[in-house]
Design a protein around this ligand. Sequence first.
Ligand SMILES: Cc1cc2nc3c(=O)[nH]c(=O)nc-3n(C[C@H](O)[C@H](O)[C@H](O)COP(=O)(O)O)c2cc1C
Ligand code: SF4
Length: 520
Amino acid sequence: MPQSRIVRISDDALARALGADELAAAFERKGHEVHRTSSWGMHWLEPLVEIEGMGFGPANIGDVDAILDGSSEKAIGEIVEHPFIARQQRLTFARAGQTRPTSLEDYLATGGGIGLRRARQIGPDKVLEEVLASGLRGRGGAGFPTGIKWKTVAQTPAEQKYIVCNADEGDSATFADRMVMEGDPYALLEGMAIAGLAVGATQGYIYVRSEYPDSIRKLNEALKHCAPIIAPFRCEVRVGAGAYVCGEETSLLNSIEGKRAEVRAKPPLPAIEGLFGRPTVVNNVLTLAAIPHILEEGGSSIYDKLGVSRSKGTMPIQLAGNIRHGGLFEIAFGITLRELIYDIGGGTESGRPVKAVQVGGPLGAYLHPDQFDIRFDYEEYTEADALIGHGGITVFDDTADMGQMARFAMEFCAAESCGKCTPCRIGAVRGVELIDRIRAGGRAADAVEIQPVMHNAPKQGRLPEQEIALLTDLCETMKYGSLCALGGFTPFPVMSALKNWPEDFMPRETAANVAERNDA
Ligand SMILES: Cc1cc2nc3c(=O)[nH]c(=O)nc-3n(C[C@H](O)[C@H](O)[C@H](O)COP(=O)(O)O)c2cc1C
Ligand code: SF4
């Protein structure tokens, strides 16, 4: 009988979707002890098998014997030395791949709980100071300084305050929140307990998108185990209502209160009047999960030393779309898109040239290869009319039609709009119609008749240049007139596509004629 070995296989939803459960059962049937861990984040290698530090992937049940007898062609060597892992600076994902997600024992044995203990020793004022000193900015999209938000809540007197974790994770190409909740749920809960201590809140809610059943299950299990450790802080999981706009913080608060998820006008800020009208910290999963490390080391001793200018610490970047090595890559701010896409991501999965990269989810700009030297830094992205958002990167090869992608951005906004303000509710519908007309050479029928008095020109017979001017004008109105970033940022993908790939907006037959002329 061969010796029983410890085999480690991730139980992350991505690995499970690719057959990790069946693979784990196959190793068990052979008499080996299987530990279901979090994922290393090398998604193209999942399901990844680890035995005594050595990795094998992507593995399936047909590979089991060869993995065990050492003849597998799926061997990738020592996992921690794999270039994708070795190059990272993992703080939030320090335990990724190494612990069993809901094992409190594993968590405590790998430094878990030290941040909260230290926070209790130094007290709320010092905790606030350290979070401020760390330079941590919200990872949910807006990049607002976390310490300032917490300080506002701390300084607002109220009998009851709340910590709300935004785990709606609706951006395209993002999965880092899910990986934290499924892979290291105690880190998030510890971060929330520290936030509660800092601002004087005893109740927390985690608003998790309904499409993440594994996250919901694991968080609830972790909560049962760690309740005595985080007490007097209490926390509950709430399942999301299923719209992109539910991730907008005020809409999310309405949803937790049982109301329609419609955006609230600001002010008042949630930090002053948030959940049930009480001062509330709303933070993203990654923001809160970064807190235990900051407290463990002292704010200015780690985060402050990493990153560039006002973008401090590390960012868990999510590589997705048409990319060879997709996955979770955590590194200090300052890395360029070129490094991320080519050196780390290995270029496109299709092998074709990269045409465009969308950073920051559906509201992020499409960046042209000429812009790939831009550094991952909130300010550099703002200067380029782009956004880092939640750190999702979607790669497109040269077969992508950017006019179609611009149309999709408007269509997405029209479908997901909460309807509260006109520039977004009406503007996005008009945006779709306009792009259709531009691409059809001005002849597409409108879904809704546009009154000539509104635009001072009949819609039929308008030149494509006039339609493009109208689209630009509409984008300006949406950008400056919308109540929240859904309507306000949709112009970024639209205008960046128009600016960088104007040929993709040409009427289809015109583009063909141009090509024909050029060939002749
Ligand atoms: C349409 C829309 C969707 C959003 N979705 C999310 C989301 O899924 N997760 C998230 O953390 N923030 C999301 N945000 C940003 C939140 O409103 C808010 O800024 C964030 O939760 C604050 O946390 P942070 O300071 O830790 O980033 C969204 C914003 C908008 C306008
Ligand atoms: S911009 Fe759109 S989603 Fe935001 S408040 Fe206005 S209608 Fe609602």
